[in-house]
Design a protein around this ligand. Structure first.
Ligand code: NAD
Length: 261
């Protein structure tokens, strides 16, 4: 088990990609703090399943990442209960599909808070601990939308470009400290985030379910299939290995060839 004795904090890990990433790290012995919303019984079962993988602790903190005080409380709890994070994954994210001239201002602010401000605050809080240990891994889930654009997703595209910029900047600052800072950029991964945007796209484009899948979501994907959450977990785990210590400031595409030009 390569992560025995290490602690990971993964935001947005009660569902989809984050849940698969928590499983990947827990299976290698990491203590894991998961975060996100959901049914209390389901979350308790997820924590029990994670800790059964290696015997290391797994716990949940329900911090709403739009709230700075709740982010600070989550960090404090993690340090106290599991130890300071050696691995931080900024993964939580939401989507809202709407033309920019009708985009609700509050929705814009919520998206930037979850996908840009929270990663900044958590990196800021974790780095002193990682510097003291001389080892750390910071991975943020960006997106193919950190490099390409699609209509009606302006806030999401802006947020994902921003988190990639943040990653590159911070990677330069800590390059000699044993800490790597990277983005994983998935294409379309089959999770609730993607499933939930299908009805809106059907409505705004007047399309059937199958047309949205094939003519919108998979249209630009050379492999013509969705990425699976476990494939992102596998990439995260690789970045945590000592063999990946030379990879920093990178944007690693796991997108079925979408952003290959
Ligand atoms: P998901 O909807 O399955 O999971 C999102 C997670 O974020 C959940 O745990 C949810 O509770 C949590 N969350 C949402 N708002 C939150 C808040 N205010 N505070 C704390 N937690 C909050 O989505 P997913 O598809 O697994 O997406 C995970 C990440 O991957 C996101 O950043 C997303 O932008 C990115 N991504 C997803 C895809 C895809 O196709 N699914 C593609 C590229 C990038």
């Amino acid at each position: 088990m390569i992560l025995k004795g290490k602690t990971a904090l993964i935001t947005g890990s009660t569902s989809g990609i984050g849940a698969a990433c928590a499983t990947a790290l827990a299976a290698e012995g990491a203590a894991v703090m998961i975060n996100g919303f959901g049914d209390a019984d389901a979350i308790a079962a997820q924590c029990a399943a994670l800790s059964a993988l290696s015997g290391a602790k797994a716990m949940h903190h329900g911090a709403d990442l739009t709230d700075t005080d709740q982010i600070a409380a989550m960090m404090e709890t993690c340090v106290r209960e599991l130890g300071a994070p050696d691995i931080l994954m900024n993964n939580a994210g939401i989507q809202h599909v709407c033309p920019v001239d009708e985009f609700p201002i509050e929705k814009w602010r919520q998206m930037q808070a979850i996908m840009v401000d929270a990663p900044f605050m958590l990196m800021r809080a974790c780095l002193p601990h990682m510097k003291a240990k001389g080892w750390g891994r910071i991975v943020s889930t960006a997106s193919a939308h950190a490099s390409v654009a699609s209509p009606n997703k302006s806030s999401y595209i802006a947020a994902k470009h921003a988190v990639l910029g943040l990653t590159r900047g911070v990677a330069m600052e800590v390059a000699t400290k044993g800490i790597t800072v990277n983005c994983i950029s998935p294409g379309y991964v089959w999770t609730p985030l993607v499933e939930n945007q299908i009805p809106d796209t059907m409505k705004t484009r007047g399309m059937s379910y199958d047309e949205v899948i094939n003519d919108v979501l998979l249209a630009a994907i050379p492999q013509k299939k969705f990425v699976m959450p476990e494939q992102i977990g596998a990439m995260l785990l690789f970045l945590c290995r000592d063999e990946a210590s030379a990879i920093t400031g990178a944007n690693l595409a796991v997108d079925g060839g979408w952003t290959t030009h």
